[in-house]
Design a protein around this ligand. Sequence first.
Ligand code: 5RP
Length: 224
Amino acid sequence: MDKKQIAGEAAVGYIEDGMTIGLGSGSTVYWTIKRLGVLVSEGLRVSGIPTSLKTEKLAKACGIPLVSFKDVRNIDITIDGADEVDPNLNLIKGGGGSLLREKIVAFASKSLIIVVDEEKLVNRLGNFPLPVEVTPFGIENTLQKITGLGCEAKLRMKDNQLFLTDNNNFIADCKFKNIEFPSKLSIELNQIPGVIENGLFYDIVNKVIIGSENSSVRTLEGSG
Ligand code: 5RP
């Protein structure tokens, strides 16, 4: 079985009847949402808060009832993917461009479960360029300030056009040599006017479920 599928489906084991669930974005949590849809069709009562328009569409197609922050204040559990996971369970997220909504939903959740294949495990964050959501206004100035922190920043493109997030912002993909102190860098980035949010998630993860080659799955426990 596909490593992403094993990890994604395993996360459903943590969902209980009556829960409100943050639904992450990407090709690993895709399998969580598909499996959850089956359980809903069999009678499980849950509601979901999607972290992207793509996830919203998928969840609707799977028959998962959706709610928004107008309806609920607390989310029981959020299940999401990641682009890199370090030994302290700090993450880089935003490969799909949904980091802002993902962070809002994760921070509103009692528990955050990350689903990945084993290739996402790294000794130190930073090989994957860090996605940073930035406003179009003043973009040249904002990029200059970001690169001043010691990275090469490239605006993300899609189909020969600047990639737009679900919030109509740009993504700067920022290649740092390595990221030694994620919390320090996250604070520095977010202090730059024009930066909306960055893809570093630290001290927030409760579990990482990892799908491996031989169809096995293992779970790391975090302090989040
Ligand atoms: C989207 C994300 C995704 O969770 C991350 O990119 C992982 O995606 P995938 O499971 O497809 O590898 O942060 O913004």
